[in-house]
Design a protein around this ligand. Structure first.
Ligand code: ZN
Length: 75
């Protein structure tokens, strides 16, 4: 009786872990793929914690340390 209960608990935990790993892989795709956002108008580099990351009118994502580091986030 006791053994059956613990087996069910392990199954439940495993199910939760599998579901959570699916959710995690879905979320990490895309948004954290690149380290920097380059404002192509001013050539200023923003890191992913910056308010301007991916948020200027013209720009692109990159992993290269190019351009001028941002004064707010440090690039
Ligand atoms: Zn910045």
């Amino acid at each position: 009786m006791l053994k059956q209960k613990s087996n069910r608990r392990i199954l439940l935990i495993l199910t939760i872990l599998v579901v959570m790993s699916f959710i995690n892989t879905g979320c990490t795709q895309g948004e954290t793929e690149y380290k920097y956002w380059i404002n192509s108008d001013s050539d200023v580099r923003h890191n992913s914690s910056c308010q301007y990351y991916g948020n200027t009118e013209h720009g692109y994502y990159t992993n290269e340390k190019v351009g001028t580091p941002c004064g707010i986030c440090g690039g």
